[in-house]
Design a protein around this ligand. Sequence first.
Ligand SMILES: *[C@@H]1O[C@H](CO)[C@@H](O)[C@H](O)[C@H]1NC(C)=O
Ligand SMILES: *[C@@H]1O[C@H](CO)[C@@H](O)[C@H](O)[C@H]1NC(C)=O
Ligand SMILES: *[C@@H]1O[C@H](CO)[C@@H](O)[C@H](O)[C@H]1NC(C)=O
Ligand SMILES: *[C@@H]1O[C@H](CO)[C@@H](O)[C@H](O)[C@H]1NC(C)=O
Ligand SMILES: *[C@@H]1O[C@H](CO)[C@@H](O)[C@H](O)[C@H]1NC(C)=O
Ligand SMILES: *[C@@H]1O[C@H](CO)[C@@H](O)[C@H](O)[C@H]1NC(C)=O
Ligand SMILES: *[C@@H]1O[C@H](CO)[C@@H](O)[C@H](O)[C@H]1NC(C)=O
Ligand SMILES: *[C@@H]1O[C@H](CO)[C@@H](O)[C@H](O)[C@H]1NC(C)=O
Ligand SMILES: *[C@@H]1O[C@H](CO)[C@@H](O)[C@H](O)[C@H]1NC(C)=O
Ligand SMILES: *[C@@H]1O[C@H](CO)[C@@H](O)[C@H](O)[C@H]1NC(C)=O
Length: 474
Amino acid sequence: MKKMALQGKSCIPIFILLSLGSFCRSDDQLTNAKPLSSGDTLVSKAGDFALGFFSPSDSNASLYLGIWYHNIPDRTVVWTANREDPIPTTSSPMLAISNSSGLVLSDSRGRATWSTKNNITATGVAAVLLDTGNFVLQYLNGTIIWQSFDRPTDTLLPSMRFLLSYGAHYAERLVAWKGPDDPSSGEFSCSGDPASPDIQFVTWNKTRPYYRMTVSDGVSVNGGMYVNNGTRTTVNIGDLFYFMFTISNSSDFMRIKLDYTGKLQYLSWNTQSSSWTLIAEFPTAPCDLYSSCGPSSYCDFTRTVPTCQCLDGFEPDGNNASRGCRRIAAIKCGTPSHFVPLPRMKIPDNFLHIRNRSFDQCEAECSRNCSCTAYAYAHLKSPGAMADPSRCLVWSGELVDTGKYQEAGENVYLRLSDSPGDVSDAVAVRRNRKLVKIVLPTVACSLMLTCVVFVMIYKYKGIIDKDSCLQNST
Ligand SMILES: *[C@@H]1O[C@H](CO)[C@@H](O)[C@H](O)[C@H]1NC(C)=O
Ligand SMILES: *[C@@H]1O[C@H](CO)[C@@H](O)[C@H](O)[C@H]1NC(C)=O
Ligand SMILES: *[C@@H]1O[C@H](CO)[C@@H](O)[C@H](O)[C@H]1NC(C)=O
Ligand SMILES: *[C@@H]1O[C@H](CO)[C@@H](O)[C@H](O)[C@H]1NC(C)=O
Ligand SMILES: *[C@@H]1O[C@H](CO)[C@@H](O)[C@H](O)[C@H]1NC(C)=O
Ligand SMILES: *[C@@H]1O[C@H](CO)[C@@H](O)[C@H](O)[C@H]1NC(C)=O
Ligand SMILES: *[C@@H]1O[C@H](CO)[C@@H](O)[C@H](O)[C@H]1NC(C)=O
Ligand SMILES: *[C@@H]1O[C@H](CO)[C@@H](O)[C@H](O)[C@H]1NC(C)=O
Ligand SMILES: *[C@@H]1O[C@H](CO)[C@@H](O)[C@H](O)[C@H]1NC(C)=O
Ligand SMILES: *[C@@H]1O[C@H](CO)[C@@H](O)[C@H](O)[C@H]1NC(C)=O
């Protein structure tokens, strides 16, 4: 964890640093003796990131404290402190370390518009901008008090751990900008699904789901998130769920951003063209929007232009499948039924997660309950809470917000009636459970180069101790 250690000037012992603070402040850090004022910037050691005050556009006379890439010509802001409370350009802002409030941003009249609210002794700490883009307030012994990586705005950076859930208590949220030049909180946000943060995360339009993505065994299995070559990290057991990506070559710039239009974008800096390359974007098609195909209809990504299609054994409810579909033969309690595997599916929403089941037990769970309409099963390589490597999902009622992928996705086992009227080609695989077992869900990540997004589960260490959790983990 060398990066977490205080990056003071190595030539000057700490006691001199304390007494002669103003003479030996290095560019990447802020101390009690040397605050940051209007025209100043901090630049991380290797020169990758800068922190300072910016105005989002020439026409907007507001100043924000932010972090951006130091060497990228068009300023690309990755973090903003005072997004709801800008400082007028006519008032010179100041970022300082204060005794009872931690880092404090104030205007020329001394009004604090933002602070990290840490009760500290100002002389015993420093704030350092790291080469990861993380701005860290820490004690001189390196213990972290506060870090910007724990307070993301609209962007995730490599090695940043985005907390999806802590037990049932707390989850972080990315909140998009309001407009291209307006850092204040917009309508779109993104977070772990409160109902099942360990399985899926959702982009919201205000309070309504806008787009949903499932994650499993650390790797996104729905649509995938494909970035440059990456590395996987070991996973511990506990009830903290993180979402994180890494890149193998740290000199490549890569970011995940929730755009103000609601798109979750995966961007990579292309040095040759000196521009950001869009690697992937979600949602990918109109029918990929949350539940846009209606019940029992899915967005078919195997077509050149993705369109809504009825699930096997279903027919359009109206003129076409974009308004939902209905069963050709109803399933009723007491009448025989079977399951058909639908391969490469986006896991539908509104499932019930049943813990600690084998594949057979998962199927039995659905078979014996006549209101169960489908099930899906995954064996997780990285068991989550309670060391349960199984992930048995069952549905009752209609399947919503699903899709069929070319390469990613999982098997969903759909219940259909045995009775006449069921003329689907599913008859061929009726009760062929051997086949069903062979086609176990695979974690697919082959659309682009390598899939490097994963959920990491860290042993519970308490909310306050989250920082030391970070320190122990690499
Ligand atoms: C700049 O943008 C902020 C945030 O939307 C807004 O409150 C402010 O009025 C704008 N200022 C000008 C001069 O347009
Ligand atoms: C902060 O607290 C220290 C120790 O309690 C004290 O010496 C110092 O004067 C205080 N600084 C400010 C700006 O209040
Ligand atoms: C800050 O910490 C000091 C010493 O630990 C304590 O005396 C003081 O009451 C605290 N202030 C607040 C606002 O919590
Ligand atoms: C670092 O210093 C702080 C404040 O003096 C203290 O609370 C913390 O325990 C120290 N951490 C280590 C690892 O020594
Ligand atoms: C977001 O929701 C509002 C209604 O709350 C709607 O008017 C708007 O079109 C939605 N935005 C998008 C991009 O779908
Ligand atoms: C990714 O990197 C590893 C070693 O870091 C290498 O073995 C592998 O071939 C690379 N994969 C791709 C797709 O570049
Ligand atoms: C990392 O990328 C830089 C430029 O993008 C390149 O010069 C360097 O050789 C790469 N390093 C590795 C280990 O691939
Ligand atoms: C299906 O219905 C929707 C809305 O009713 C319409 O926009 C779409 O063009 C229709 N598709 C076909 C293939 O008819
Ligand atoms: C999981 O189920 C097995 C039997 O199916 C049982 O022995 C085991 O105790 C269960 N584990 C948990 C954590 O519930
Ligand atoms: C059957 O499924 C329904 C809906 O999921 C559930 O409410 C009910 O408790 C289940 N019954 C049994 C016997 O598992």
